[in-house]
Design a protein around this ligand. Structure first.
Ligand SMILES: Nc1nc2c(c(=O)[nH]1)N[C@@H](CN(C=O)c1ccc(C(=O)N[C@@H](CCC(=O)O)C(=O)O)cc1)CN2
Ligand code: GAR
Length: 205
């Protein structure tokens, strides 16, 4: 394991359970990283209160305060620059990032999605799965690229879908698997164990 901990910026729009799971994993030494800043696009997001309780710097960058997507993304970059992150972790961050932000952190941005990509990209993935009648869904950790949930896949976990599942009951069943899958994927990234060859992610021996 690399002794120098990776500096992690976490972006979240809401409650922050994935952010919390990752913070706790880093505190426990399960992931070779440290959360240096937490960013939300909503000043009322519960994740900001979590960060304050952890003693981690937090910043709200509200989309409505900026006239353009580019200005918003530049504000995101300006907000995290002082913390010099190595990795940007999206954990329930509900904004599509464009080239302004992505180009500043090439192959350094990861995301958790509550479905087995490439199935059910975008918002309300659990609802899409229930409505499609699939018997298996799950979660995906992937690198973020210019597309929506189209980046190279790092890790996935399958979760059964029950006949009487609703969007909420499926989301509740998938969520703990998101926490463990994200923790395992980020541990590999922080230990420099991942490489991308022709958009396929390989784990180095
Ligand atoms: N360039 C990328 N940005 C983001 C990705 C990605 O794969 N590439 N993942 C998303 C997370 N996400 C699904 O996992 C997702 C989040 C938000 C949206 C979306 O359509 N957002 C709307 C705004 C919604 C709102 O205002 O509430 C938008 O940005 O227009 C789709 C998928 C994070 N970013
Ligand atoms: N398209 C992105 C998306 O749907 N992300 C999902 O938002 C939730 C955030 O929960 P959390 O704030 O408790 O981590 C998580 O289930 C995550 O997979």
């Amino acid at each position: 394991m690399n002794s120098v901990r990776k500096r992690i910026a976490i972006f979240a729009s809401g409650r922050g359970s994935n952010a919390e799971a990752l913070y706790q994993a880093m505190q426990a030494g399960e992931v070779n990283g440290e959360v240096v800043v937490v960013v939300s696009d909503y000043s009322t997001a519960a994740v900001l209160a979590k960060a304050q309780a952890w003693g981690v710097p937090s910043v709200a960058v509200e989309r409505k305060a900026y006239g353009s997507k580019e200005d918003f993304e530049q504000a995101l970059l300006d907000a995290i620059a002082p913390y010099t992150p190595d990795v940007v972790v999206l954990a329930g961050f509900m904004r599509l990032l464009g080239p302004t932000f992505i180009n500043a952190y090439p192959n350094k941005i990861v995301n958790i999605h509550p479905a087995l990509l490439p199935s059910f990209p975008g918002l309300h993935a659990q609802r899409q799965a229930v409505e499609a009648g699939v018997k298996v869904s799950g979660c995906t950790v992937h690198f973020v690229d210019y597309g929506m949930d189209s980046g190279p896949i790092i890790m996935q976990t399958a979760v059964p879908v029950m006949a009487d599942d609703t969007e909420d009951s499926l989301a509740a069943r998938i969520l703990p698997h998101e926490h463990t899958t994200y923790k395992r994927a980020l541990a590999l990234l922080c230990d420099d164990k991942l490489e991308i060859i022709n958009r396929i992610v390989h784990v180095k021996p």
